[in-house]
Design a protein around this ligand. Sequence first.
Ligand code: C2E
Ligand code: CA
Ligand code: CA
Length: 564
Amino acid sequence: VADEEADCVLLSNYRYNNLSRLCEKYGLSPIATGKSVDYCFAVSKNETGLYSILTKVTGIIPSSKVSVALSSYMQENSHTSVVGFIKEHLALVMTVVAAVLLMILLMLCRILWVQKKAKIDEALIATTEIDSLTGLYCKNFLFEYADRMRNKYKGIPMDAIVLDIDRFHSVNILNGTEISNQILQLIGEGIRSIFSEEDFIAGRVDADRFCIYCWHRNDYQKILTLIQNKLSERFTNVNIRLRMGVMPEQITMDVVKMYDSAHVACDMSKGQNNSLLTVFDSSVRDNLWLKNHMLNDLHRAVKNKEFEIYYQPQYDIQSNPPRLRGAEALVRWNHPVQGVVMPGNFIPLFEEKGVIGEVDKCVWKMTARQIAAWKNMYGITVPVSVNLSQAGIFDPKLEGTLDELMKANKLERTALKLEITESAYIQNSEQVIPIIERLRNKGYIIELDDFGTDYSSLSTLSSMPIDVLKLDRSFIMKMHDNDSSKRMIKMVMDIAKDMNIPVIAEGVEDKIELKTLKEMGCNIVQGYYFSRPIPAEEFEKLLNKEMEKHIGHAQNKEINRAGK
Ligand code: C2E
Ligand code: CA
Ligand code: CA
């Protein structure tokens, strides 16, 4: 008799819990409670009057028919048995049980999945955290752990050290990946053997760059020497040179900033004459500041003609007395504030920043003009070598620029010889060789500069398309040390002879070197023994002397031919 409009429900033979469900549905209040009853009543919750009447009516019904006590708003239905309940709500119970089982199943699956993922993550972290080659940390983890270490040892000064292999690229190319990997492994071992476990952490952050974060110490040179010696002992035939940069004793500076400074210091530990260890201090900071200024000053310097060319004479030592054969053009910067700046202080920076082309072109232009001027003055062509930086080789306008210069100054292409460093050759030989071949075919003379600094092997020498070989000063300096260095130079001379190319020895400073080189068959010498690089006017004095010594057309022709 339930009806949506009903204010009162009368049920017979109905269970109380059915009644209470109905009541809830229609917003009624149950009056009867209990188990199965013959009659049940319910009234609207708002109908308090009707509720009272019905309570009275139930009093009229014979007590034998009323099996439960009347109560107002009572919810007791717990007398229903579990089995009865299940029977009555089988579908519902089954649904609930199924849902619970499903949830348990899902939870089990999730636990298993989480466990599996944790295992995968662990394996992944192990592989990314540790560099498999050296056993040191990888970049990101190193900085993370260094940061933690800094927090752990708050107040204790820590150093950031960067270590790398000078010109690793060349080491890699010339010795192969396997040897290079062994070198890197040995550096890793070296680092671990120096520090005690608690005091440091270290990682490999680039192919050949190692970072160490450690308690402050002062024996940086000792660390560098120890690892360097390990390498030299194990790889006797490989020329490896380590460089180190240090940002010492910082308490407040964050780790990444410390490493930035250590990297800068490491990059400054370059070159044969510079130290291979640089500790970041105020002079490094000044240097950095200066470099930034120099970069800004470059355009002005070109415009205001602040670059000046010095000429270092080259002498043919096989003739007696030695004869002037030509020169190398070396740039100096007459800086309005800093005075004369040597190329070592700005060329590497400009090379790194990719603006060296501007300087080089300026030097070629001034040199070509000077050769033309001397040609007018003396009637001979003095061949002068100019430096061509690595980036310049790949300039698509290179040939055009050079041709234009030669044309504008009415010079033979042999007059301006091009020096290309050994490292430029080795590092990009596949791309460089065709460019060089084209220049040579056009008549330009190519000189291999700094031979002996870049670990090149004698076997690669014979495959290089060059016209002249320039032996680096470091080679000449070693000549005094032992016989094996002398033998090495002799071997280079012999290969050059086989290739039919002349050898210029750079940096010859004394008579003994000169004598030895002459005996070995070296053709030309450039070095302080004869002269430092000098301004054009001073070079003219040498030319005048030379002209006095060798007056005559035949000799003039000789100088000319040396250029070819
Ligand atoms: P480099 O091309 O190897 O030039 C030879 C350097 O050795 C010159 O240094 C020269 O002064 C020095 N030298 C020559 N003989 C001796 C000697 O007997 N003893 C000693 N101790 N040194 C000697 P400089 O002029 O300071 O030039 C340094 C480097 O700067 C050059 O090395 C070259 O790589 C670069 N450079 C110079 N001018 C230019 C340029 O116009 N363009 C480019 N790209 N690089 C240049
Ligand atoms: Ca040179
Ligand atoms: Ca050189």
